[in-house]
Design a protein around this ligand. Structure first.
Ligand SMILES: Cc1cc2nc3c(=O)[nH]c(=O)nc-3n(C[C@H](O)[C@H](O)[C@H](O)COP(=O)(O)OP(=O)(O)OC[C@H]3O[C@@H](n4cnc5c(N)ncnc54)[C@H](O)[C@@H]3O)c2cc1C
Length: 477
């Protein structure tokens, strides 16, 4: 039995960072907007497993000019005013990086408020399982939810599921890297109650155990000596976030079978309750996960939890400072870094980023380097086709990467937008940029009775509205 839920101007499928941005932007542009989300929580990966201090990185380019604002800046600014974010910071130990930390829990709560303020209708606990098509035109989606199944119709449908689920249901063309090199999937957990003084003392006494990964970055000016000098200057864990280490202890424990070399650990700083706090986070990692294969994803869920428990025992047994620590948060599901990239009317390329290319149909900017990849089989592929935008600037993201090739009335935003592998637009700030632009564009199409493809002919109003919503589109940076 299938029911009819309603008709909307814009239907956004998936309520992660891209989805809430798309829905809020569409509603602000005057569209009757429905946001459909599989679970009860909004924010997607930001809230599922974000470390306590998840950050928007690269809101600034390598020359420290701000290149991303819009909803990323707005949510960061609102949380900062409430004491739930940190001011934008340069990260001297991370080359060309800037961090804008937000508390993911508060980000998740904020976007519910924003959806209400802007009039976004929510349909939660609803899984989009099919599309309604008339030839090449997508007319709506079918959802499964408590109580049965419903049809939702929309003038424009935006796929923000992260995995490009709706596009694939509609028959869109996509690319995916071979299983052997797909970035690993992860289940993260967070612990508190760490004796940070003991941690810092241990760092000073075992300095070789704490080398930042930037040593392997060809753009890094950090030498081993400089890193050691910096670590010795640290008196309090709050003086430095994102420290990774314990290399010697982990080597030993790998040899005794007490550590799994695919796991990552780090300390993250975050304002909590008006104070700056440090938290410990462990991320298990498992390779060869095609998230569309239920056997793979089941294996990964089980294996990642095995690694989590192994890591916890290791820290309790070997690492000074963890004697009284306790787990405060475990991610409810394995999270996927890399899956399909849906092909659009334009495919963002390695050269576009390396050359810091500008486009007439710009809908936002990005300064993230190409090729930044997580370790696979314990082997970092970070240097694969890596380039920072020319002159430490930024590349434009063109509107056409959001328009799904060969289909009408269907757009994609978030990590599945059209790009080649090195240019994968999966980082939080990029997903907000593409989400916001897709939302405004879809609202304009619904208002004017145009398809997203027809809008490609004239994107001036789209750009004007994005700028009025705070987005940065122009400038030499
Ligand atoms: C472990 C891990 C660590 C990361 N660390 C960082 C980091 O430090 N910095 C950074 O910038 N980026 C990081 N990323 C990348 C970034 O967090 C994600 O790529 C980004 O959040 C993706 O946003 P999205 O909106 O495209 O998808 P998601 O956030 O995954 O949102 C998709 C939403 O769609 C919903 N959904 C899926 N299918 C359906 C369906 N069929 N019907 C209805 N709803 C559906 C999901 O429930 C989810 O809420 C990390 C990613 C992972 C996995």
């Amino acid at each position: 039995m299938i029911g009819f839920y309603g008709s909307y101007d814009v239907v956004v499928c998936g309520g992660g960072t891209s989805g809430v941005s798309a829905a809020i932007a569409a509603a602000r542009t005057g569209a009757k907007t429905l946001l459909i989300e599989r679970v009860g929580q909004l924010g997607g990966q930001m809230n599922f497993s974000g470390p306590p201090g998840f950050s928007f990185a690269h809101l600034f380019n390598g020359r420290h000019e701000q290149i991303i604002a819009g909803l990323a800046e707005e949510t960061h600014g609102r949380l900062l005013a409430e004491g739930n974010a940190l001011p934008h910071v340069l990260a001297p130990h991370r080359v060309h990086y800037t961090f804008s930390y937000v508390d993911p829990d508060w980000w998740g709560l904020l976007v519910y408020r924003m959806c209400k303020e802007d009039g976004v209708e929510l349909m939660l606990h609803s899984l989009v399982t099919e599309v309604v098509r008339d030839g090449e035109t997508v007319k709506g989606v079918v959802c499964e939810h408590p109580g049965g199944r419903s049809i939702v119709l929309g003038k424009v449908i935006i796929d923000c599921t992260g995995e490009g689920e709706v596009c694939v249901q509609a028959g869109a063309e996509y690319e995916i890297a071979p299983l052997e090199i797909l970035e690993p999937a992860t289940v993260a957990f967070t612990a508190d109650g760490v004796d940070w003084k003991k941690v810092v003392d241990y760092m000073h006494e075992n300095i070789d155990d704490f080398l930042f990964n930037q040593l392997h970055n060809p753009y890094s000016e950090w030498t081993e000596e400089k890193i050691k000098e910096r670590v010795m200057e640290i008196n309090d864990i709050l003086e430095i976030g994102e420290v990774m280490g314990y290399l010697g202890l982990k080597r030993h424990a790998t040899w005794t079978g007490e550590w799994h070399n695919m796991s990552g650990v780090g300390f993250f700083l975050m304002p909590k309750g008006g104070r700056l706090l440090a938290h410990f986070q462990h991320s298990s990692q498992e390779d060869r996960c095609d998230c569309t294969n239920v056997r793979d994803i089941t294996r990964v869920e089980v294996e990642c939890r095995r690694q989590n428990m192994m890591a916890w025992r290791f820290f309790k047994k070997y690492v000074p400072g963890f004697e009284n620590a306790y787990i405060v948060r475990t991610c409810p599901e394995a999270r996927i870094r890399e899956t399909r990239r849906i092909m659009g009317d334009y495919k963002l390329s390695f050269e576009d980023i390396a050359e810091a290319r500008k486009f007439d149909d710009v809908i936002g900017k990005s300064a993230f380097p190409t090729g930044a990849k997580h370790a696979v089989n314990g082997r970092a592929l970070a240097l694969e086709a890596m380039a920072v935008p020319k002159d430490l600037g930024s590349n434009d993201i063109p509107y056409r990467v959001l328009v799904v090739k060969g289909l009408e009335n269907l757009m994609v935003a978030g990590k599945a937008v059209s790009a080649d592998r090195p240019s994968h637009q999966r980082f939080l700030q990029q997903t907000i940029v593409t989400g916001q632009a897709a939302g405004v564009a879809a609202a304009l199409c619904a208002r004017d009775g145009k398809t997203p493809r027809q809008l490609e002919d004239d994107v001036k109003e789209l750009q004007q509205i994005l700028v009025s919503q705070g987005a940065i589109l122009y400038g030499t940076h």
